[in-house]
Ligand binder design. Structure first.
Ligand SMILES: [Zn+2]
Length: 427
């Protein structure tokens, strides 16, 4: 364009010194400066890692470029000169930031409480060091106290915090409040979900000890009205497992799938077989989340279920004060545990990323597609002799363990275990 104008100006023999200076300036602005900027069009380039991106069916060595907080490009070879910062991920896995769909993070000061209390934990304290960039709070808040949860935790966290809200208005605030039928209102829950639809992904039912199905029906009603899934936690001792699964719709999620406790029938019977009605629910489309927690994961359930084809759809950790230092530890530890049980790396990554995103209807997350938010986990595979513990105190040996080397949240490095993104120190 500039050359064209110059050519015509020359033709007209009207090129003065001023014109010439102007045109040289124009050349610099239009071609030279952009070429320098263009050379470093990416903020971050993660090179030579093994990318596992189940949504986009990528399981190969690739480079991943990030610009303005988004995935800009995933390709076999992106020149290092095009990025301001380069990270060598040779020998490491590069996967979407992990999603934990079962946590309790409505932390506050109330003693002996999950809602606004000390039984919950602060998300950033536990997430990035395990490659997790998104957590979903499992109904610690209800439709009544969700705004406090948002103000106190969600808005203050670097971790993306989403939520299932409890059909009990005040969430997990202990008895008798959390069992008050008058505070379980489907219309109010649906309204709050609609108001905060970018954050609230569904409705939770749990912690009800009566035999009346009204709470369950109201939670289902709120799910129907808001077109969101129902998340069924345990502590519903009077409801039979078969009836719960029958009432659940395709896409609804049951957690603590592999628990073996008195208050809920285990999914594997006394002969070691997955109960037929459980397999029928899986076939119908009910999703099974791990929900490990302190008591929710038993090898006696998980291993036969895995062998008979009932694998969990997601690896919710049930992170809270009492599970973090027990057998659960982290989503990465659950992933490693399932590798020890026999699951492939690709399959454990799928459950901690794309499957989890789909189950909460957030298909913008859990993938490394170009244009997606740059939430990334760079993982190392440790080889050696490791042990994994279940809720019964049993130990399963394994020889591989995943560790988070680097975590990126919306293009920003938020965890760097060994300084692979840092400059070498020189005296
Ligand atoms: Zn829970």
């Amino acid at each position: 364009m500039v050359a064209y104008v110059t050519y015509h100006l020359l033709l007209k023999k009207s090129l003065t010194t001023l014109h010439a200076i102007f045109l040289v300036g124009l050349y610099v602005v239009l071609f030279f400066i952009p070429s320098v900027i263009w050379a470093q069009q990416y903020d971050l380039l993660i090179k030579s890692g093994h990318v596992v991106d189940p949504k986009n069916r990528i399981n190969a060595k690739k480079d991943v470029a990030v610009a303005a907080g988004k995935i800009a490009k995933v390709a076999d070879d992106i020149p290092a000169a095009q990025s301001k910062k380069i990270i060598d991920a040779t020998g490491l896995y590069v996967v979407p930031g992990l999603i934990d769909i079962h946590t309790h993070v409505f932390v506050g000061t109330k003693p002996d409480k999950f809602a606004d209390g000390i039984y919950s934990v602060s998300p950033d304290d536990f997430t990035f060091k395990s490659g997790v960039t998104t957590v979903v709070d499992a109904g610690t808040s209800g439709w009544r106290n969700f705004p406090l949860f948002k103000e106190q935790v969600i808005d203050k966290s670097q971790t993306r915090v989403l939520a299932f809200i409890n059909i009990a208005g005040s969430g997990m605030s202990g008895k008798p409040l959390q069992e008050d039928l008058n505070d379980m209102n489907a219309d109010s829950a649906a309204l709050v979900i609609q108001k905060y639809k970018d954050i609230i992904v569904g409705v939770k039912i749990g912690h009800y000890e009566g035999s009346d199905w009204t709470p369950f029906e109201r939670a289902l009603d709120a799910g129907r009205q808001s077109n969101t899934p129902l998340f069924v936690e345990c502590h519903l001792p009077q409801f039979s497992l078969e009836d719960q699964l029958k009432k659940m719709r395709p896409g609804d999620i049951i957690t603590h799938s592999f628990e073996q406790v008195a208050e809920r029938m285990p999914i594997v019977d006394e002969h070691g077989n997955v109960r037929p009605f459980v397999l029928a629910a899986q076939k119908k489309g009910v999703l099974f989340d791990v929900g490990h927690g302190g008591a929710g994961f038993w090898f006696s359930q998980a291993v036969p279920a895995f062998q008979q084809g009932l694998t969990p759809n997601s690896f919710g950790s049930d992170l809270h004060r009492f599970s973090m230092n027990a057998g659960m530890k982290s989503v990465l530890n659950i992933m490693s545990k399932y590798m020890a049980i026999g699951m492939s790396v690709e399959d454990v990554v799928a459950r901690a990323t794309w499957n989890a995103a789909r189950s909460i209807k957030r298909e913008d997350l859990g993938n490394l597609g170009e244009g997606s938010v740059a939430d990334i986990a760079v993982l190392s595979m440790q080889n050696g002799k490791f042990g994994f513990i279940d809720a019964a105190g049993n130990r399963l040996e394994g020889n591989r363990k995943l560790e988070a080397e680097l975590t990126v949240r919306e293009g920003k490095i938020v965890w760097d275990l060994n300084g692979i993104a840092a400059k070498a120190w020189k005296q």
